[in-house]
Design a protein around this ligand. Structure first.
Ligand SMILES: N[C@@H](CCC(=O)N[C@@H](CS)C(=O)NCC(=O)O)C(=O)O
Length: 284
């Protein structure tokens, strides 16, 4: 029998190089077997040991290779998708739209089902609609609960978080005189409507739903960090959410994503707002 270590090395190296090229999982499995000259029983042994979901995730195995995000060079609706991919350990590339012609070209190519971005290309599909994309990633990478009942709870929390996030996302596009009123509204709603729900949910549980990390936890973390950018002491009355934030920040993938130089985008600035408005021909 071929020494296991040798098989490990060969398999690891082939997985690394070949996952980008193959479009069929079965074809990939068969070819690895042939290249490593494994007998059927050796192959079955190695396959069950290594080609589990974990290794597929680890090597960012997708049916058609890389994951490409098309959006503006800023947070907007794409930022939660970046967060979730980072937590799932999925490498991705970005195409930043900077000019109206680039957006028009995407439209004429038929790449945008509803003439809107975000666009995420993965697994041979062109995905649009933020929620659908988030749910696909969450489902694929086991961040979407263990059953339907957990899933609907995750959706409820995630939708609440997204409602709050949408309010913050709109801020940079508001005229300066409306900004102060909007900020007050966000702080009021965050402290009276949203954060109390999460404080309660996390009081006796490490995660929002069930006993495992979900996309709702990731979106909550993202939102609490956004809130603190505007209202630095906002979590002082929500110690449970603050402790949750600390735990989440120490997860290796999140710790990495929070380091300078990661694909996390900074707060929106005037250039981002100007680009979005020009590209979408939008007058704030
Ligand atoms: N429901 C969509 C909304 C997407 C959306 O409004 N995208 C904006 C940019 S953030 C856009 O492309 N607007 C162009 C348009 O609606 O014509 C989603 O959640 O993805």
């Amino acid at each position: 029998m071929m020494p296991c270590r040798h098989v490990n090395l060969q398999l690891n190296s082939h997985v690394g190089h070949m996952t980008q090229c193959f479009t069929e999982v079965h074809f990939f499995f068969r070819t690895v077997s042939r290249l490593c000259k494994l007998t059927y029983s050796e192959f079955t042994h190695v396959k069950s040991a290594y080609l589990s979901l974990d290794i597929l995730v680890k090597y960012n195995f997708t049916m058609s290779g890389k994951v490409v995000l098309t959006y503006f060079n800023g947070r907007g609706r794409m930022e939660s998708i970046r967060w979730l991919l980072a937590v799932a350990g999925v490498e991705f590339e970005e195409v930043n739209i900077t000019k109206r012609q680039e957006y028009v070209k995407l439209l004429s190519d038929g790449a945008l089902m509803f003439e809107q971005v975000p666009l995420v290309e993965m697994d041979g599909m062109k995905l649009v609609q933020t929620k659908a994309i988030l749910n696909y990633i969450a489902g694929k990478y086991s961040l979407y609960g263990k059953d339907l009942k957990e899933r609907v709870m995750i959706d409820m929390y995630a939708e609440g978080v997204q409602d709050l996030m949408q309010l913050m996302m709109a801020l940079p596009f508001m005229p300066p005189d409306a900004n102060k009123t909007k900020l007050e509204e966000i702080e009021r709603k965050a402290t009276s409507r949203y954060l109390p729900v999460f404080e309660k949910a996390l009081f006796s549980s490490q995660y929002l739903v069930g006993n495992q990390l979900s996309c709702a936890d990731v979106q909550l973390l993202e939102t609490t960090l956004m809130l603190e950018e505007k209202f630095p002491t906002i979590l002082s009355k929500f110690p449970v959410v603050k402790a949750f934030q600390g735990r989440m920040k120490s997860l290796p993938a999140i710790h990495k994503f929070l380091q300078p130089g990661s694909k996390r985008k900074p707060q929106s600035d005037d250039i981002y707002v100007k680009t979005v408005c020009e590209v979408l021909d939008f007058k704030p």
